[in-house]
Write a protein that binds this ligand. Structure first.
Ligand code: FE
Length: 243
């Protein structure tokens, strides 16, 4: 028995580096606005599954608590996935990618529920990558220069981003996008997403109350400050900018 356990331990030890290599490979994949489903080996067809978070559920604490993640990711994001699957089962949309479903349903008034759930699946996946543990600070040189060029200064960018996120009335999103080679800040209501426009999203902040209420109650500006100072994932924005 002891010999068996010893052999099993040696076998496990030999395999460990391969598992670690696999995990690193997934972790370092370039995840961008247009390919994060395929790059992360996430299913991009029906039946959709809740994509893995790129960090542990408690990794954003104390800024975003594990409790918020349990609800926001585990309940809200999951609900959009479940609803979407129920709505497109046995329809022609079941063979389409998420991005295709969003574009088709956006222009069809009979498919509003499908659009809302599909876009929220996409927006939330994009949001989880827009933040990271030990995020915040300024972007890398290329992107910083472009921000200074298009907004006048980094400080102007911050002021405009904060204003958009704070003044989005009710539920929605604020985005940094690239449109006609110019960086812009836009805000969208409810499930609306830049994916249905010519603007390419670089990063987003979710300003639905479910994103911040457990940690910040009604103080949306504090959540926005925390996002910018401690959570924003400039690497993700930069990868989207370069691709
Ligand atoms: Fe949300």
């Amino acid at each position: 028995m002891q010999q068996f356990l010893k052999r099993k331990f040696i076998k496990s030890s030999l395999l460990l580096p391969f598992f670690m290599l696999g995990a690193c490979k997934i972790g370092f994949n370039k995840i961008t606005s247009t390919n994060f489903f395929s790059q992360n080996k996430m299913s991009n067809h029906y039946p959709f599954q809740l994509p893995q978070l790129p960090y542990a559920k408690n990794a954003l604490a104390p800024y975003i608590s594990e409790n918020t993640i349990n609800y926001h990711y585990g309940k809200h994001h999951q609900a959009y996935i479940t609803n979407l699957n129920n709505l497109i089962a046995n329809t022609e949309l079941a063979t389409k990618t998420l991005e295709e479903i969003i574009k088709i349903s956006a222009s069809d008034k009979t498919k509003t529920a499908i659009f809302n759930n599909a876009a929220q699946v996409w927006n939330h996946t994009f949001y989880w990558h827009s933040i990271m543990p030990n995020g915040g600070g300024k972007p890398s040189t290329d992107l910083l220069k472009k921000i200074e060029l298009d907004f006048g200064s980094y400080e102007n960018f911050i002021a405009e981003f904060k204003n958009a996120a704070a003044t989005q009335f009710g539920s929605g999103w604020a985005w940094l996008v690239l449109e006609e080679n110019k960086l812009k800040i836009i805000k969208t209501g409810n499930a609306e997403t830049p994916l249905t426009t010519n603007a390419k999203p670089l990063l987003t902040i979710d300003v639905w109350e479910h994103a911040y209420y457990l940690d910040f109650q009604n103080a949306r500006p504090n959540y926005i400050d925390t996002f910018l100072n401690h959570l924003i994932n400039w690497n993700f924005a930069y990868q989207n900018f370069k691709n």
